[in-house]
Design a protein around this ligand. Structure first.
Ligand SMILES: C[S@@+](CC[C@H](N)C(=O)[O-])C[C@H]1O[C@@H](n2cnc3c(N)ncnc32)[C@H](O)[C@@H]1O
Length: 273
């Protein structure tokens, strides 16, 4: 039988995937490493199915190793006899506690079958919550900004663990970034905040991220041609109401040819900006 690592998504119960829900409903035990993941899991399974695990709030590696060994020793026998799940917020393979459990199981209980069910990660959910579009071709880096850190360099950054937003903000603005913050995005517990004012979120909350983009980024979008000063509308003036390919702009032969080569006629490839 199997140990499933199930990603619960950012925190709203209906953002658990259909597969994740099915696995949770069929599991003999659903192990939860924290209060928030427990609350989300409880929307899908009865409390009697929940197996709470204790993890000490410490950075001491020895203490953490023994906690993971204990957790693995509790989970492994149940995963040999039946199906069990270990839930994490977001995706189990992105900055997640599940990685520790997986490695400990691999080291001490290698016969246990293990499967992972991906979840909606804050890495992608932030874009919708903050109204940001990461266009095809754009680079995007994920970093940590705990305790006021301001990692800089790439054009676009997602920063996790923004625990001191004013200090992080100072460093980012100095380095030429525009920043938007998101707190408790798509979460049922606590207040969701989206703001570009670090003072509005100066109170520490672990579930805070930031999206930083270089202020001088020059993004050329194909659809820029839709933005027109002509109040009568661009369609009549330029094409006489005929269907317009590529937004009616001048398309270079090269771009048109590339779109065809990539099979983009249906507009589904997102391959150009
Ligand atoms: C250890 S990482 C866990 C990431 C998770 N496994 C995922 O895939 O989304 C925790 C950090 O992710 C960010 N985060 C996770 N969920 C969030 C949410 N719902 N709203 C805002 N930030 C979130 C925060 O920056 C937090 O400090």
């Amino acid at each position: 039988m199997t140990l499933y690592g199930v990603g619960l998504g950012p925190g709203e119960a209906d953002l658990v995937t259909v597969r994740g829900k099915r696995i949770l409903e069929g599991a003999d035990v659903v192990y939860s490493p924290g209060r928030l993941s427990r609350t989300v899991a409880l929307e899908h399974v009865d409390e009697s199915a929940i197996g709470d695990l204790e993890f000490p709030m410490t950075k001491d590696e020895e203490t953490l190793r023994s906690a993971w060994k204990e957790a693995a020793a509790e989970i492994a026998p149940n995963a040999r006899e039946g199906d069990v799940a270990f839930v994490t917020l977001g995706d189990p393979n992105v900055y997640s506690t599940f990685g520790h459990l997986r490695r400990t199981i691999d080291a001490f209980h290698a016969d246990v079958d293990l499967e992972i069910v991906p979840g909606v990660s804050a890495v992608t959910a932030f874009a919708t919550a903050l109204g940001v579009e990461i266009e095809a071709g754009a680079g995007l880096s994920l970093r940590e900004a705990a305790n006021g850190a301001s990692p800089t360099g790439p054009d676009r950054l997602i920063l996790f663990k923004v625990t001191d937003a004013p200090a992080t903000h100072e460093g980012l603005v100095e380095a030429g970034y525009e920043v938007t913050y998101g707190r408790r995005l798509f979460m049922e517990q606590g207040e969701t905040i989206v703001t570009d004012d670090p003072a509005a979120i100066d109170e520490r909350d672990y579930y805070t991220l930031a999206y930083a983009e270089k202020a001088d980024l020059d993004v050329e979008r194909a659809t820029a041609a839709f933005e027109t000063d002509d109040e009568s509308g661009s369609e009549e003036g330029s094409t006489g109401g005929e269907p317009v390919a590529d937004g009616g702009r001048e398309v270079s032969d090269g771009l048109a040819a590339r779109e065809r080569a990539e099979g983009c006629e249906g507009g589904d490839c997102g391959g150009h900006r």
